[in-house]
Design a protein around this ligand. Structure first.
Ligand SMILES: Nc1ncnc2c1ncn2[C@@H]1O[C@H](COP(=O)(O)OP(=O)(O)O)[C@@H](O)[C@H]1O
Ligand SMILES: [Mg+2]
Length: 411
């Protein structure tokens, strides 16, 4: 880290290339588009919103940024039903109770000569500020990031899982970098944190939030970058096989799977094959180990059906009854936006599964974002422009939000 200029112990990058190098030293392989965005985060004091399918390195980027900038990472993991106290602050009830017990005698003295209950309550009330003071404040990530004496990286992970009420609180906080605690006062940041929000796109985020943030769409990496990532993890799989494996995984991502294999799954597969001492990739060994990359029974069957073709594009494959025409080569357009078809397809095997996780998983489709975002070469937007895509077909929207999630869009 010493090679980068430090100002008041804050690492400052002079160029996008420096960012690429620094991230690389932390084991994070970035292309220039991604590094440009990171560079801007360090210069513009704007939060960064990263959207994209699961497992493409969104969370990892926040960790890597913390490492390269020498900052502490504070993480707010979002989930459904989370309320703002978990994001901002809580009162440390246990500590308050402990103190009142230890101070029982002293408290007793305060109310000892009170003539009646009313007066006793009044006297205790007058002491309230003692127990609702900074000493008993339990800061949660947002307040902690703002109160921190040193600059930090704040990761607000999977913000699409949080309810819109919490999203509004985040927005307010990120607009001013201050948190007000009525009993104590207002905390204002000394040095704005680098803020990274991630979203797996299970619902649209508010336009206001997008407007406030730099925006980066992170899709599955190019074959070259994925190979570089695999290489950097020292999986033990020979280079030529790793390259072939990356292409095969990319082929699997074009199938209409419920959960497309992510980068971590490519890495796991490479490790698995290396441990098995595989010297040549063939359909048999890949089928035997396919469960490393595809985790749903139906996906496994689809993957196994497609593997011979992916290993050897010239192989002729007999029709396998269950497929949806997947034996017919790479048809990029085929996997995009077929909500009606998918709705039927998804429910036929798992009729009882309507929980949020399944809905989210169903949305982690390769290619769900491809075309719309591909047209923005830098993928960096400062507002509305980036916020427009992707369009979710009405049927899909009503399906996910109608299935008991109980969320409303308030645009
Ligand atoms: N650019 C990258 N360089 C190195 N490893 C990466 C990169 N992108 C993803 N990975 C690997 O993929 C894994 C999953 O990434 P993660 O950040 O958890 O995904 P998500 O986008 O779901 O937050 C990481 O633990 C890391 O091993
Ligand atoms: Mg993540």
């Amino acid at each position: 880290m010493s090679q980068f200029e430090t100002v008041d112990e804050v690492v400052r990058f002079d160029s996008v290339d420096e960012v690429v190098t620094a991230l690389g030293e932390q084991g994070y392989i970035a292309d220039t588009r991604l590094a440009t965005t990171v560079f801007l985060v360090t210069r513009l004091e704007k939060p960064l919103l990263i959207e994209g399918p699961a497992g493409v390195g969104k969370t990892e980027l926040a960790k890597a940024l913390a490492a390269v900038s020498g900052r502490r990472l504070l993480r707010l993991q979002c989930y459904e039903g989370q309320d703002e106290t978990k994001a901002l602050y809580e009162w440390d009830y246990g500590k308050q109770l402990l103190y009142t017990q230890i101070l029982r005698e002293k408290i007793g003295q305060v109310v000892a000569d009170a003539p009646d209950l009313h007066e006793a309550v009044e006297r205790i009330g007058a002491q309230e500020s003692v127990f609702f003071s900074e000493r008993f404040l339990a800061p949660r990530p947002l307040l902690e990031a703002i109160r921190a004496p040193e600059p930090v990286v704040l990761l607000i992970d999977e913000v699409d899982r949080a309810d819109e009420a919490l999203e509004a609180v985040l927005l307010e906080t990120l607009a001013e970098y201050q948190v007000s605690v009525p009993e104590v006062g207002t905390f204002t940041t000394k040095q704005p944190p680098y803020v990274i929000l991630t979203s797996n796109n299970t619902r649209d985020l508010s336009a206001a939030l997008k407007r406030r943030c730099l925006h980066l769409f992170l899709d599955y990496p190019s074959a070259d970058r994925e190979l570089e990532i695999v290489r950097s993890k020292n999986t033990g799989l020979p280079e030529a096989l790793a390259a072939q494996l990356v292409d095969i995984v990319r082929g699997l991502r074009e199938l209409e799977l419920r959960k497309s294999p992510s980068i971590s799954e490519t890495i796991d597969w490479a490790r698995t094959l290396a441990v098995l001492g595989v010297e040549e990739l063939n359909a048999t060994i890949l089928s035997d180990t396919a469960s490393v990359v595809v985790k749903y029974d139906k996906d496994v069957r689809k993957a196994i059906g497609a593997l011979p073709r992916l290993v050897d594009p010239n192989a002729t494959i007999p029709e396998h009854g269950h497929g949806h025409g997947h034996g017919h080569g790479h048809d990029g357009g085929h996997s995009h936006d077929e909500p009606a078809h998918r709705a039927v397809d998804d429910t036929e095997d798992e009729p009882s599964e309507v929980d949020g996780r399944a809905i989210r998983a169903a949305k982690d489709q390769a290619g769900r974002f491809g075309h719309t975002y591909g047209s923005n070469p830098l993928g960096v937007g400062l507002g509305e422009k980036a916020a427009k895509a992707p369009k979710v077909p009405a049927e899909r929207g009503s399906r996910s939000f109608g299935a008991g999630l109980g969320r409303k869009r308030a645009l």
